[in-house]
Write a protein that binds this ligand. Structure first.
Ligand SMILES: Cc1ncc(COP(=O)(O)O)c(C=O)c1O
Length: 438
């Protein structure tokens, strides 16, 4: 049973003294972990990670979904090593940029052009800028049911933690609900000829119903707005190349990142030529200063993207993830039934990205019960943060051990439902990432 986190606690305390939040995405912060849990990870191999106290876990979080094939995955590492030896950053573009662009566009037939960056926020914000330039309109509409699009002002201005963002920025951003076409129609009616683009993930944990995505695209067409699909998480995960092909919907622009390069930093803005070319220097329209970053085409990260895309395609890893996901879904549902937890634990989503939801005995979502479940899973060597992000590296034995840990966690959960999570949870519940104060 894993219960000691002394080194983790010491190291994260030091990190917080010299790094705001002690981490580089708020989702990795200590406030996102149970107190009885690892706050600092030392290393990983395949589907396993080790924390700085030497505790070993089966990793279901996989670097916020970015590690799609496995930690320190050799076919990707050898491509990276080869490129490292040749230098990583030059005065002029390197041939590997065109090589990856060709491979990516061959894999993503909905796009004619692609531009690289280091972070997801960079490419989603670039898509917004391009849409505004292309349409000459200012307003942006995003899907409020989807977790995150960017740490930039156009998005964060609308969130609880909007300090530092002028309200004028937020006033240009609107939101709508997934699978609620009326909420999209209302925006176009209320702001006629003012909306530059609509941005959403093709799906998170709810499948589109009643042709929702196609209806949104039609509204974009009718109202002269750009239709953007954010494939940051779903890309090379729900389907090959992404969820938009799985759901048979073609975006004008799409954004990619996590999962493209197995954890290395390679993100993409892709899309139709007549929009994308505005970011070029070979046309007679007004220029858009699109993505311009010193590190955007770092060669070893592009090599990682090439190796990852090829491995994913050639080994049909998405199909093997699907089979594992189906086994996990059935197994979790069986356990929920066995413990009569139907009202308090739910599993939903596509088998390649399953989400477990944790509720109290009245069926109300609860951070306390969620944190308790994570705490119990950690005790049994399972690093789990609500979603299953299986990869080619996860073995059937990993899944079997996970069922055993899930079962033991459900025993405690069942007792806690009767007696209160406070009796079993050590420390505070995990706090929402978007919050104004601590
Ligand atoms: C759907 C989605 N879009 C965009 C982003 C931003 O990506 P990054 O953290 O690489 O900036 C994220 C990150 O969580 C995301 O989940």
């Amino acid at each position: 049973m894993i219960t000691k986190f002394d080194n983790s606690d010491k190291m994260i305390k030091r990190a917080q003294e010299i790094i705001p939040a002690g981490c580089h995405t708020y989702s990795k912060g200590p406030d996102q972990s149970p107190l009885l849990g690892p706050k600092v990870i030392s290393h990983g191999k395949g589907s396993h990670v080790w924390d700085v106290d030497g505790n070993e876990y089966i990793d279901w979080a996989m670097g916020l979904t970015a590690v799609s094939l496995g930690h320190a995955f050799e076919p990707v590492l050898s491509a990276v090593r080869e490129e490292l030896e040749r230098g990583v950053n030059f005065q002029c573009p390197s041939p590997i940029e065109t090589k990856l662009a060709e491979l990516f566009l061959e894999a993503v037939p909905s796009a004619d052009m692609v531009k690289f960056a280091k972070n997801g926020s960079t490419v989603t914000t670039a898509a917004i800028k391009l849409a505004r330039a292309y349409t000459g309109k200012k307003m942006v509409a995003y899907c409020a049911d989807h977790g995150f699009f960017s740490y930039d002002d156009w998005y964060m201005g609308t969130k609880a933690c909007n300090s530092g963002v002028p309200e004028e920025m937020a006033s240009l951003t609107l939101s709508f609900r997934y699978n609620d076409i009326k909420s999209v129609e209302t925006l176009f009616e209320k702001y006629p000829n003012q909306i530059a683009c609509v941005i959403l993930e093709p799906m998170e944990f709810d499948f589109p119903v009643d042709n929702f995505l196609h209806k949104v695209k039609d509204l974009c067409r009718k109202n002269g707005a750009v239709f953007i699909l954010d494939e940051m998480i779903t890309g090379f995960k729900l389907g090959f190349p992404g969820a938009h092909t799985l759901l048979d919907i073609e975006p004008d622009l799409s954004t990619w990142g996590k999962g493209v390069a197995n954890g290395f930093s390679a993100c993409m803005l892709a899309g139709k030529r007549d929009i994308m070319r505005l970011g070029g220097i070979d046309h007679d329209k007004e220029r858009v200063f699109l993505i311009s970053t010193t590190h955007g085409a770092e060669t070893h990260a592009l090599a990682a993207a090439i190796a990852s895309i090829k491995y994913t395609r050639e080994n049909n890893t998405i199909e093997s993830d699907l089979q594992k996901g189906k086994r996990i879904e059935v197994g979790v549902k069986d356990l929920i039934k066995k413990f009569n937890l139907e009202k308090s634990i739910e599993i939903k989503g596509h088998p390649n990205w399953l989400l477990m939801l944790f509720k109290d005995k009245n069926g109300v979502l609860s951070d306390g019960y969620k944190t308790l479940f994570y705490q119990e899973m950690i005790k049994h060597g399972l690093l789990f943060r609500g979603t299953f992000n299986q990869s080619i590296s996860h073995s059937q034995e990993d899944i079997q051990k996970t069922f055993e840990g899930l079962e033991k966690s459900m025993v405690v959960y069942s007792k806690a439902l009767e007696e209160g999570y406070e009796k079993y949870l050590v420390g505070e519940p995990i706090k929402p990432v978007f919050r104004k104060f601590n």
